[in-house]
Design a protein around this ligand. Sequence first.
Ligand code: DOR
Length: 440
Amino acid sequence: MSSQKSLLIRRARIILPDGELMVGDLLTRDRQIVEVAPQISTTTPTTEVDAEGLTLLPGVIDPQVHFREPGLEHKEDLATASRACAKGGVTSFLEMPNTRPLTTNQQALDDKLQRASQKSLVNYGFFIGATAENLPDLLEAKPTPGIKIFMGSMHGQLLVDQEGLLEAIFAQGHRLIAVHAEDQARINQRRQEFADIHDPAVHSQIQDNQAALLATKLALKLSQKYQRRLHILHLSTAEEADLLRQEKPSWVTAEVTPQHLLLNTSAYEKIGTLAQMNPPLRSPHDNEVLWQALRDGVIDFIATDHAPHTLAEKAQAYPNSPSGMPGVETSLALMLTAAMAGQCTIAQVTHWMSKAVAVAYGIPNKGAIAPGYDADLVLVDLQTYRPVLKEELLTKCGWSPFEGWNLTGWAVKTIVGGEIVYDQGKVNESVRGQALNFLE
Ligand code: DOR
């Protein structure tokens, strides 16, 4: 491991915790930020970075990714995924339990933590997955950001779609429950109705807005009944956003993905099954309502739902083509490009991709640029536009639904625990992230 004890970043445009911009310097020591000031002088031996013209943001915390290890490493693994994170300015991730074996008990969680400690270039946390039978594991496993429930869109043991079983989970314990909210009964019924259609665009009709709304309503009802901390993963419809706008208890949060903000059903025509994900892409109207809900604080933060599949898997005819698309490499640049186009501010993007996530999951000392916070940072270039190029992607799956999009705000340098892990196209393979802590 490299032993870079101290890093001095000079003349950066720094986004401060209140969203204000300050041109100045930042000093790190032993993994933490120790000083942020217009000008810093130091006598400690220090690596210096001249960041003139670049913007310094807290590193992105991506709270929903599928990194496929163990068991599905032909799609992605913790080394390739965390390199992709470093390139995308993502310094921490929260990973989902649908790996093989499923992450449904302490042993499987410990195995993932062990693998990540050896391989992950960025910081990591792992959800524990709910089945019909593992309530004791859900209550006791640690460290974990929370319990993941697939209410729909999942096969096998991880599917918990019966109200009685869901209620048993909501009724016991206090820790955060994160739901994939789609109604499986409605999906099953509609899948039969549309069985003869192999155009991938039918995916958005089968798993329609109503399927998402029904499940989100049920999760909200149970959360209200037990005052249970609830997080709604990848909210995708105008109807769910309107529902939350009317009634959102203080203990409920929601996230949206860049693809549900920026892509819609018109993508099937251009990229076919590469646009297939769960919950599916929606209409331009849904895009607009989701943006407004995000700006108004109805939706709290951004997650990518990075879910890589190989091109060969995606080349199968619908419905045999798997759902999911990669995201960690492009999310920050996509959101900063939207900000530069006037959709929102840079300060909002950094709030949605760092601070708001740290607060929602109780991750201490992360998500802001201030003394005492961990030195997880990203320096971005907001002056240059460059396209998303397939040959530059680090994710093992090797494709992006955003190929050819011309983006700004690409990471120039990414810093994890005070060490430069990504530097203008080069990944420093010797850096290792740490396990995240979660305050309950
Ligand atoms: O599209 C999706 N793919 N949505 C999910 O929730 C799971 C994911 C996957 O693991 O492939």
